[in-house]
Each structure stands twice: as structure tokens, then as C-alpha cells.
Design a protein around this ligand. Structure first.
Ligand SMILES: CC(C)(COP(=O)(O)OP(=O)(O)OC[C@H]1O[C@@H](n2cnc3c(N)ncnc32)[C@H](O)[C@@H]1OP(=O)(O)O)[C@@H](O)C(=O)NCCC(=O)NCCS
Length: 156
């Protein structure tokens, strides 16, 4: 993801996360740390004609890493793009020598949870009411020992 992707990313962001969308400024500050040697790694998925289909970002500090965001355009979900984006983040975490990858996911988002479980993430805690104003809990999930080129086991 580069700065010129922020406009189309924000269009998807507002559609996919209507209650807790990030701002332009948040993406700008994340990308400011996405240089070689920085703490962030951001990627986009595009169609053959260059249309944005999805995006994802990782924060890696020392041996810890966090999935900051992951999203696929509504009309393109269910075709393995989410798995491809997550593979990219996990591979980067492994490349950087991270010992674990953490993430938070809404308790009312079973589809995302299933994706993470397929990759070996396990629920290690709950943050009650983490998502406001809807008052939805967050599950904290962890993948230990991320391996490079981990593939979605159901789709290779
Ligand atoms: C969560 C999210 C990123 C998953 O992305 P995705 O591209 O739909 O993910 P995948 O296609 O890899 O997997 C999703 C489903 O498609 C199925 N699938 C994947 N490839 C497939 C294929 N080639 N043919 C048929 N089905 C397929 C998977 O088995 C999976 O099924 P399941 O949900 O019943 O387990 C996406 O749904 C999304 O952006 N949601 C809104 C934003 C969001 O919730 N983000 C996560 C915040 S924590």
C-alpha cells in the first residue's frame, strides 16, 4: 500500500467498517512507518485492471506483531483473497522473526474468526465492550510461531 492507495482504501474502509472506520490520517500515519526497517507492513490486492479489491496491515515490534486491519471488497469476498492477504502478513511476521501474531476481532464477526482459525489462530481472551458505541466484545486471537508461506489449509 502506498500513499496513492489511501483514497480507494478509505472508500472500502467506510463501506466495510461503518461503525469504526479508520480516518485518512490513521492510514497516513501507519504508512509513515511502512518504510524498510519501520514497524509497519501494508499490502493491497488489486484486480487485473488495477481496481482495489482488498488491503491488510501488520505492526511488528520486536518479537511481537499485530494484524492492524484486513478487508476485502464486498463483491470479492469468498474467493480466497482474505486468505491471501493474511498469508502475506503472516509471512512478513515470520520473515521479521516474530514469535507471535495477535489480533482483535469483533465477537459478532464469525466469518473473520473462521479465517483466522483456519490459519491456526486461537482465542486467548475477550475485551468486553471493546467496540463502541455498539458495545460489542473483541476476541483477542493469537498465532504462535508464524511460519513463512503458511497457506490456507482449505484452499492451498
Ligand atoms: C473477513 C474477510 C477479510 C475475509 O475475506 P475473504 O476474501 O472473504 O476470505 P476468504 O475468501 O479467504 O475466505 C472466506 C470464505 O470464502 C471461502 N472461500 C475461499 N476461497 C474460496 C473459493 N475459491 N471458492 C469458494 N469458497 C472459497 C472460504 O472457505 C471461507 O468460507 P467460510 O467463511 O465459510 O469459512 C472479509 O470477509 C471482509 O473483508 N470482511 C469485512 C471486514 C472484516 O470483517 N474484516 C476483519 C476485521 S477483524
Amino acid at each position: 500500500m502506498r500513499w496513492w492507495d489511501i483514497e480507494p482504501v478509505m472508500e472500502l474502509e467506510l463501506k466495510l467498517f461503518p461503525e469504526d472506520a479508520w480516518s485518512h490520517g490513521m492510514f497516513w500515519s501507519e504508512l509513515a512507518e511502512a518504510h524498510p526497517g519501520g514497524t509497519r507492513h501494508y499490502t493491497v490486492a488489486e484486480t487485473a485492471d488495477g481496481e482495489l479489491a482488498g488491503y491488510a496491515g501488520l505492526m511488528a515490534v520486536g518479537v511481537e506483531s499485530d494484524v492492524q486491519t484486513i478487508a476485502v471488497a464486498e463483491g470479492r469476498q469468498g474467493a480466497g483473497l482474505g486468505a491471501a492477504l493474511l498469508t502475506d502478513l503472516v509471512t512478513e511476521a515470520a520473515r521479521r522473526g516474530c514469535e507471535e501474531v495477535l489480533l482483535e476481532v469483533r465477537a459478532d464477526n464469525p466469518r473473520a474468526q473462521r479465517l483466522y482459525e483456519r490459519f491456526g489462530f486461537e482465542t486467548i481472551g475477550i475485551r468486553p465492550g471493546y467496540y463502541q458505541p455498539a458495545d460489542v466484545d473483541a476476541l483477542v486471537m493469537r498465532l504462535e510461531h508464524p511460519a513463512p508461506d503458511l497457506k490456507d489449509p482449505r484452499h492451498g
